[in-house]
Design a protein around this ligand. Structure first.
Ligand SMILES: Nc1ncnc2c1ncn2[C@@H]1O[C@H](COP(=O)(O)OP(=O)(O)O)[C@@H](O)[C@H]1O
Ligand SMILES: [Mg+2]
Length: 229
């Protein structure tokens, strides 16, 4: 089941670069509000630097807003304890990144099983679920392969399996096809739209790709840290 998400007037400021002058503050997000129903599939569009990754990192509780609130299934992410935030990152929100972020010394199976092992799932069960997830993304025969033995498209499918294996309620995808040729990208988008959306998972997909946006059920456009109407 997907998560409901409420984002209320969220701002994120970074302290100044020297270029901007001492004491200046730049706002990556300048007051963003929207809500998502369980199962919404949102494409987050906007030019480079508009705040897409910043917003995804806040939704994933990898970072905190400067002000404003984010509620996931009614829980304010800012009020989670450290342990609660760990559980949220492990069980509720899963992220797929542009550059895959697979661990290079681990096989596909080990990469996919890792989030389960970190969550104290018994190793035999973790391996079984990881193997099933690799089957779902069409890579059962790559279980023993290391990332360097895979193409970019295959690495991203392993990363999708790693996100799915925890049965997340919220999938955050940060330009997941940005580093892939169009055919591999389309395959990854098929998985996200059929496999992930088919389970009612709430999806926020940051992208520059019109093809990716076309699969979404909603589009949010960011410009200079604000949502366009
Ligand atoms: N860790 C950071 N420290 C300082 N500034 C940052 C940091 N992360 C992002 N920014 C700035 O915030 C703005 C939005 O960046 P980002 O969210 O990465 O945009 P996008 O993902 O849409 O390309 C940019 O101006 C960027 O330089
Ligand atoms: Mg980005």
């Amino acid at each position: 089941m997907g998560a409901s998400v409420v984002v209320e007037n969220v701002r994120k400021a970074w302290s100044a670069t020297s270029e901007a002058g001492e004491g200046a503050v730049s706002e990556a997000l300048a007051g963003v509000s929207f809500s998502l129903e369980p199962g919404d599939f949102v494409a987050l569009l906007g030019p480079s630097g508009c705040g897409k990754s910043t917003l995804l990192n806040l939704l994933g509780a990898l970072d905190r807003p400067t002000s404003g609130r984010i509620l996931v299934d009614g829980h304010d992410l800012a009020l989670l304890s450290d342990a609660g935030r760990d559980l949220y990152r492990r069980r509720t929100a899963a992220t797929v990144f542009q550059f895959f972020n697979l661990l290079p010394t681990m096989t596909s199976l080990e990469n996919v099983a890792l989030p389960l092992l970190l969550d104290d799932v018994p190793p035999a069960e973790a391996d079984e679920r990881a193997a099933a997830a690799l089957g779902e993304v069409g890579l059962p025969e790559k279980a023993g392969a290391f990332p360097w033995q895979l193409s970019g498209g295959q690495m991203q499918r392993v990363a999708v399996a790693r996100a799915l294996v925890v049965r997340p309620a919220l999938l955050l995808a940060d330009e997941p096809t940005g580093n892939l040729d169009s055919r591999s990208g389309a395959r990854v988008l098929d998985l996200v739209s059929d496999l992930v959306a088919g389970r009612g998972v709430t999806i926020v997909l940051a992208t520059h790709s019109n093809e990716a946006a076309a699969r979404a059920t909603r589009v949010l456009r960011l410009r200079d840290g604000l949502l366009e109407a």
